[in-house]
Design a protein around this ligand. Structure first.
Ligand SMILES: [Zn+2]
Length: 246
């Protein structure tokens, strides 16, 4: 079965733009080591729980780090994709599959009283960054505030999927200080300001939905347990009113 990328019933703005809701599930400690084996188990586990369709294709994207060469993009059976993650040392990798829980008899981790909430597609994307110098930035900041000199700059971060990559070797263009996630701050599109270390991670699962689900925290105990086994204690970040993944 080919991978569908079309969306059903997303929100349309008066300007005709299609917007969706995205939830990011990421470790609450950016320093926690996360082995590719743990992430492969998480992806397989999502198939075992029938959140993703283990019988359908998955798209893999892989970028060698530091980013310079071509982005590898490949479709493969879901079962093989977990194994392909294990071969992603030194790279940024994502696995993604779009499903329709109601139509395909799959599990919706945001279901309310057994009904998908909201109705429509789920786009599951698992991100892994396996490199000492790079971290994933799920919510791409509009501005970085240097902790050393206070300069505010629009960050030039390499994009990867719907996220970006943070290079620990990057320096402030104003003062030359090496960017420090424990000291630098980031302003998001929403206007909220976070310490950069609260926004970076080595791995994350994003779940894209047509609209925000009623539950602020993942209500599905089995999927939540799977996430805790792979990521440890995790945070959930919402990104509402965003363009759907390409
Ligand atoms: Zn600076």
């Amino acid at each position: 079965m080919p991978v569908h990328r079309e969306r059903t019933d997303p929100v349309r703005t008066p300007e005709g733009l299609t917007l969706v809701h995205r939830r990011w599930l990421l470790p609450d400690d950016a320093g926690r080591p996360i082995a590719l084996q743990q992430l492969a188990r998480l992806w397989r586990g999502l198939g075992d729980l029938a959140a993703i369709d283990p019988a359908a294709e998955v798209t893999l994207e892989r970028l060698s780090l530091p980013p310079s060469g071509e982005l590898l993009q490949q479709e493969m059976p879901a079962l093989a994709s977990a194994g392909a993650l294990l071969a992603s040392t030194g790279s940024a990798t994502l696995l993604t599959q779009v499903v329709w829980p109601a139509e395909e008899g799959l599990r919706d981790p945001y279901a309310q009283e057994g009904e998908p909430d909201p109705p429509g597609f789920r786009d599951y994307t698992l991100y892994a960054v396996d490199h000492a110098r790079f971290l994933l930035v799920p919510l791409v900041p509009e501005e970085l505030v240097c902790g050393a000199c206070g300069a505010r700059v629009k960050p030039a971060l390499a994009r990867f999927g719907e996220a970006a990559l943070f290079d620990r070797a990057a320096t402030c263009s104003a003062c030359g200080a090496v960017r420090d996630p424990a000291r630098d701050r980031a302003r998001l599109r929403s206007g909220a300001i976070f310490l950069l270390e609260e926004l970076v991670c080595r791995a994350a699962l994003s779940i894209e939905l047509p609209r925000a689900p009623a539950a602020e925290e993942l209500p599905d105990a089995a999927v939540a347990e799977l996430l805790r086994e792979a990521l440890g204690s995790y945070d959930e970040l919402s990104d509402d009113g965003v363009p759907p993944a390409e």
